[in-house]
Design a protein around this ligand. Structure first.
Ligand SMILES: CC(C)(COP(=O)(O)OP(=O)(O)OC[C@H]1O[C@@H](n2cnc3c(N)ncnc32)[C@H](O)[C@@H]1OP(=O)(O)O)[C@@H](O)C(=O)NCCC(=O)NCCS
Length: 145
């Protein structure tokens, strides 16, 4: 198993995973290119040269970081990959001196909310209709550091 920096040549392998997990709300290649260009902290989790998951963090300022996304290939879920990726992001947030880390998650996404709750994220707000085209609300969650 390896955790490494998400580079542009990983995008092609990530797109079908994104399609499978998020359907109409998937990120496009252009969105990933943009994320990588802004030098955010993006990590790839792979095993035997296959990408099993990926996640990204944006350090907004000295105080605050945001989890941009976290995704684990369907057939690799519930094996600790999401947890490993989230721990890498939280370690980076701490290394950057963040006082708090925030994220948005769909209100009906129980597995993800459970993962975040395990790492002390707590609900702090709702963004109405944040996810389009489904018009699903996002729960904003936050934890210290
Ligand atoms: C959410 C997601 C990233 C979790 O990744 P994962 O590798 O399956 O999670 P892990 O195996 O590391 O599990 C960590 C914790 O998450 C929670 N969890 C994971 N899958 C779960 C499920 N199907 N049901 C309930 N809780 C679940 C549990 O609390 C689990 O801890 P436990 O095993 O000790 O009970 C993954 O399910 C995923 O990619 N989902 C689709 C994309 C997505 O929703 N991303 C989040 C967008 S905000």
């Amino acid at each position: 198993m390896t955790l490494e920096r998400f580079r542009w040549w990983h995008i092609a392998e990530v797109l079908p995973i994104e399609e499978d997990l998020f359907g109409a709300e998937k990120w496009s290649a252009a969105m990933f290119w943009n994320e990588l260009a802004t030098r955010r902290f993006y990590q790839i989790f792979s095993e035997q040269d296959q990408i099993l998951g990926y996640a990204g963090l944006s350090v907004v300022d000295a105080d605050e970081s945001w989890v941009q996304n976290i995704a684990v290939r369907r057939d690799a879920q519930k094996r600790g990959v999401g947890r490993t990726l989230l721990e890498a992001l939280l370690a980076e947030a701490a290394a950057q001196g963040s006082r708090r880390t925030l994220l948005e998650v769909a209100v009906d996404n129980e597995p993800a909310q459970r993962l975040y709750a395990r790492y002390d994220f707590e609900p702090v707000g709702i963004r109405r209709g944040y996810y389009q085209p489904s018009n699903t609300d996002a729960l904003v969650m936050m934890r210290s550091a």
